[in-house]
Design a protein around this ligand. Structure first.
Ligand code: E4P
Length: 218
């Protein structure tokens, strides 16, 4: 299973990368805004900085919602770096654009996926990744994890190459359930990744080992 970090914060990206477990990065316009990155040139410069840190797929989201503009914006983003994945919303013109990008060999991440039907359309259009949003479904009392199960099953039935990129992941249980189900990728904040490190028996066990070692070295 691949781990992507879901942030535009360069320090957090660097920290996750330094841990040695990071396979890629996802961003979105809200995550860029959270870091105070506004304006075309600043956004582009920020994507370049992310690409310098991580050698893996970096999702950069288009702002356009009509076909021609999505193509124009996506092609410009794809030219920034070979690792850029053009993130396209699950809308009619987005699906058409994914087909165009796929035919051109440009990687895509279809975002804002909330149903298996949407995921199926994205896969048929040739998306590299589909991003079903678990947490946002949970927020409206719908089982986000069930959607991941459905999509993994459907893609498996037909051998679609599109990877299931579980997004809107809020905690380690989400991540582990995705791993059990067989999602290809999970994207999540740094704290979800680092929370996997933690177990109280590890802490108490290490404390005891070090204390016992110290006794013999007095
Ligand atoms: C990632 O690609 C998504 O944009 C992100 O996971 C959404 O997460 P949120 O629902 O926590 O905003």
């Amino acid at each position: 299973m691949k781990f992507f970090i879901d942030t535009a914060n360069l320090q957090e990206i660097q920290e996750a990368y330094d841990l040695g477990v990071l396979d890629g990065v996802t961003t979105n316009p809200s995550l860029m805004a959270k870091e105070g990155i506004f304006g075309h040139d600043n956004v582009i410069a920020h994507y370049k900085k992310i690409c310098e840190i991580v050698d893996g797929d970096i999702s950069a989201e288009v702002i356009a919602t009509d076909y021609e503009e999505i193509i124009r914006e996506g092609e410009a983003l794809a030219q920034l770096h070979p690792n850029i994945v053009v993130k396209v919303p699950m809308i009619r013109d987005g699906v058409k654009a994914i087909r165009y990008f796929s035919d051109k060999g440009i990687k895509t991440n279809c975002t804002l996926v909330f149903s298996a039907g949407q995921a199926l359309l994205a896969a048929k259009a040739g998306a590299t990744y589909v991003s079903p949003f678990i947490g946002r479904l949970d927020d409206i009392s719908t089982d986000g994890m069930q959607l991941i199960e459905q999509i993994v099953l459907i893609f498996g039935n037909y051998g679609y190459q599109t990877q299931v990129l579980a997004a809107s992941v809020r905690h380690s249980m989400h991540l582990l359930q995705c791993a059990e189900i067989g999602a290809d990728v999970v994207t999540c904040p740094l704290n979800v990744i680092t929370s996997l490190l933690k177990h109280p028996l590890t802490d108490s066990g290490l404390e005891k080992f070090l204390a016992d070692h110290a006794k013999g070295n007095k």
